[in-house]
Design a binder for this molecule. Structure first.
Ligand SMILES: Cc1cc2nc3c(=O)[nH]c(=O)nc-3n(C[C@H](O)[C@H](O)[C@H](O)COP(=O)(O)OP(=O)(O)OC[C@H]3O[C@@H](n4cnc5c(N)ncnc54)[C@H](O)[C@@H]3O)c2cc1C
Ligand code: FES
Ligand code: FES
Length: 489
C-alpha cells in the first residue's frame, strides 16, 4: 500500500502554494496523475505522504496570447487541448504534433503539458518542441514568489529539474513561430500510438526573404541523451544554405553525431543514432517540400464530448481527504457517498465501493482502455484517475450507458445494440471500454469517418476480435442514431 496518507483538493492557487510550503518534500502536486500514480504504484515516490490535486483550481487550464504576442499555457492545459488549439496549430505546430502523439484520447484528456515537462524523462514528447521554441517556465512558491527559467536551463539530468520542493509550475510561455519560419516534430515509437519515444526530434527553420535560404535553424533531439539536446553543429551548418539533398544528408550526419543514446529494451544506441540521421533527413525534406502538415488530422477525435476540454473548477469542489474520508460523486445520475483511500484509483473505488464491476481492469497502467469511464463529460482511463478526484464529479460508467441520452427504447445504447447485431463481442473483456469510447465519439461526431473511429479507439486494445466488427458496429450505430434523430424542420 502506498505512502500517501492525505489527498488535498485546494480551490485556490494561494491554498496550493501554502500547502506546498507546509508539506514541502513530503508533498507532490498531482495534475493528470498519468505519471505520478504509476510512480507511486511502483514505489518510486516513497517520501510522498500528501497529494495536492490542482485540477479544481480555476484559471489554470487556459491557452492564451499576451499583448506582446507570446503564447502561454497554464499548468492544467492538457495534450488534447493543445491539439484542439488553433493558436498552437497555427503558430507552434510542432508542439501540437507532439501532443497528438502522446498516448491515447482518454489519457490526453487528463495528461498535462506541465506534467510532461516536470517528469523530465528525455522521452517526454513535448520537451523537444518547447526547447526548439525556446520556451520558458514560470515557477512560484509561497516563500519566494515567482521566477522565470528558460527551459534550456530547467533540466539537470534524467528526471531531474531545478524546481524546488515547494514550487509549482505556473506558466509555460514562448513566442509564436514568425511568418518566415516553419517547423515539424517527428517521433519514432515501437507502435503507431501509445508508444514511448525511441527517438523524438523537432526541427524549426527560419527562412531568408528568398524563402529558400535558411537564416536560422533549431534541431532538438529527445531520447538520445539524459536531457533534450540541440544538434548545434547541424544548426550552424544549415544557416545560409538551401535544402539540397547533399545539404540534408550532411545536416543529418551532423545531428546523428551529437546523439549519445543508451541501449535499452526499445532500441540499441547504434539504432537510435542511425534513426536520428534518418528522422532528421525526413524532417528536413518534409519542410523543404511543405509536407509537414500533410498528415495532420482535420477533426481529431477528442472523446471529450461537448466539454471543450475544460473540467469544472472552484472552491465548491475543494476537499481534504485522508484515511477514513468519504467522497461524494454523482455516478450514473445517482449520488454515491463512499469511503475513499487517499491513493485509491477511481477504477477500484467504482468496482469495490460502488460494486459497479462493469468497468474492467486490464492493465491498470493506462495502456488498454478497458477501464474507460466518463469523468465530467470526458472519456478517461479510470485506472489513472485518483478516486478522490471524483468528489463532486459526474461519472458515467458502462452501467449508465443505457440510461444515456441516446439510449434505445430496449434500454440499450444504439452502440450496444450494434455490437450485438454485428457480433462484435467475443470474450467481452475489452468491450465496456470500447463502448464507452465509441459512445463518446458518437456524441462528438454524428458520422465519424474511418480515421476518427481509429483515433477514438487508439487507447482501446482487443485481444480477440481484430477490430473490424467493432468498427462496423460504430458505423451501424451512427446510421441508426441519425435515422432516429428528430429531423430538422
Ligand atoms: C499509457 C501511457 C502512455 C503514455 N504515453 C506518452 C507518450 O506517448 N509521450 C509522452 O511524452 N508521455 C507519455 N506518457 C506519460 C504521461 O502521460 C505524460 O508525461 C503526461 O503529460 C503527464 O502529465 P500529468 O498531468 O498526468 O502529470 P502528473 O502525473 O499529474 O504529474 C507529473 C509530475 O509533475 C508534477 N507536477 C504536475 N503538475 C505540476 C505543477 N503545475 N507544478 C509542479 N509540479 C507538477 C507531479 O508532482 C509529478 O511529479 C504516457 C503515460 C501512460 C500511462
Ligand atoms: S487502461 Fe486502465 S485498466 Fe488498462
Ligand atoms: S473481445 Fe476479448 S479482448 Fe476484446
Amino acid at each position: 500500500m502506498s505512502s500517501v496518507k492525505t489527498y488535498e483538493t485546494p480551490g485556490t492557487l494561494a491554498e496550493v502554494l501554502d500547502l506546498l510550503a507546509q508539506h514541502s518534500r513530503e508533498a507532490r502536486l498531482i495534475a493528470g496523475g498519468t505519471d505520478l500514480l504509476l510512480e507511486l504504484e511502483r514505489g518510486q515516490r516513497r517520501d510522498t505522504a500528501v497529494l495536492i490535486d490542482i485540477t479544481r483550481v480555476p484559471g489554470l487550464s487556459e491557452i492564451m496570447q499576451d499583448e506582446q504576442g507570446n503564447i502561454h499555457l497554464g499548468p492544467l492545459v492538457t495534450h488534447n487541448q493543445v491539439v484542439a488549439s488553433n493558436l498552437i496549430v497555427r503558430h507552434a505546430f510542432p508542439l501540437a504534433q507532439a501532443s497528438w502523439e502522446v498516448a491515447s484520447p482518454q489519457l490526453r484528456n487528463r495528461a498535462t503539458v506541465a506534467g510532461n515537462l516536470i517528469t523530465a524523462s528525455p522521452a517526454n514528447d513535448t520537451i523537444s518542441p518547447l526547447r526548439a521554441l525556446q520556451a520558458s517556465v514560470t515557477l512560484a512558491s509561497a516563500a519566494r514568489g515567482r521566477r522565470v527559467i528558460p527551459l534550456a536551463d530547467f533540466y539537470t539530468g534524467v528526471r531531474k529539474t531545478v524546481m524546488a520542493a515547494d514550487e509549482m509550475l505556473l506558466d509555460i510561455s514562448f513566442a509564436p513561430l514568425p511568418p518566415n519560419a516553419r517547423g515539424t516534430f517527428v517521433k519514432l515509437g515501437l507502435r503507431g500510438s501509445q508508444a514511448i519515444s525511441v527517438v523524438h526530434e523537432t526541427v524549426l527553420l527560419e527562412y531568408a526573404p528568398d524563402g529558400e535560404t535558411i537564416s536560422q535553424a533549431w534541431l532538438t533531439l529527445g531520447s538520445v541523451a539524459p536531457v533534450i539536446i540541440n544538434a548545434a553543429a547541424a544548426e550552424s551548418y544549415l544557416m545560409g544554405r538551401r535544402l539540397s539533398e547533399e545539404v540534408i544528408a550532411e545536416a543529418a550526419r551532423l545531428a546523428a553525431d551529437v546523439a549519445t543514446p543508451i541501449d535499452d529494451i526499445r532500441g540499441t544506441a547504434a539504432y537510435r543514432r542511425e534513426m536520428v540521421r534518418v528522422m532528421t533527413s525526413r524532417a528536413l525534406r518534409n519542410l523543404r517540400d511543405g509536407q509537414e502538415r500533410a498528415h495532420w488530422p482535420q477533426d481529431p477525435a477528442m472523446l471529450w464530448g461537448k466539454t471543450g476540454g475544460h473540467y469544472p473548477t472552484g472552491p465548491a469542489y475543494a476537499g481534504h481527504f485522508n484515511v477514513g474520508s468519504d467522497i461524494q460523486s454523482t455516478v450514473n445520475g445517482r449520488v454515491m457517498t463512499a469511503l475513499v483511500e487517499p491513493q485509491q484509483t477511481l477504477l477500484r473505488w467504482l468496482r469495490e465501493r460502488g460494486l459497479l464491476t462493469g468497468t474492467k481492469e486490464g492493465c491498470a497502467e493506462g495502456e488498454c482502455g478497458a477501464c474507460t469511464v466518463f469523468l465530467d463529460g470526458m472519456a478517461v482511463m479510470s485506472c489513472l484517475v485518483p478516486a478522490a478526484r471524483a468528489h463532486g464529479a459526474e461519472i458515467v460508467t458502462i452501467e449508465g450507458l443505457a440510461a444515456w441520452p441516446q439510449a434505445h427504447d430496449a434500454g440499450l445504447h444504439p452502440l450496444q445494440q450494434a455490437f450485438i447485431d454485428t457480433n462484435a463481442v467475443q470474450c467481452g473483456y475489452c468491450i465496456p471500454g470500447f463502448l464507452m469510447s465509441g459512445a463518446k465519439l458518437l456524441q462528438e461526431e454524428a458520422h465519424p469517418d474511418a480515421a476518427q473511429i481509429e483515433q477514438a479507439f487508439n487507447g482501446n486494445l482487443c485481444r480477440c476480435t481484430g477490430y473490424y466488427k467493432i468498427v462496423e458496429a460504430v458505423e451501424k450505430a451512427a446510421l441508426q442514431m441519425a435515422s432516429a434523430a428528430p429531423q430538422e424542420g
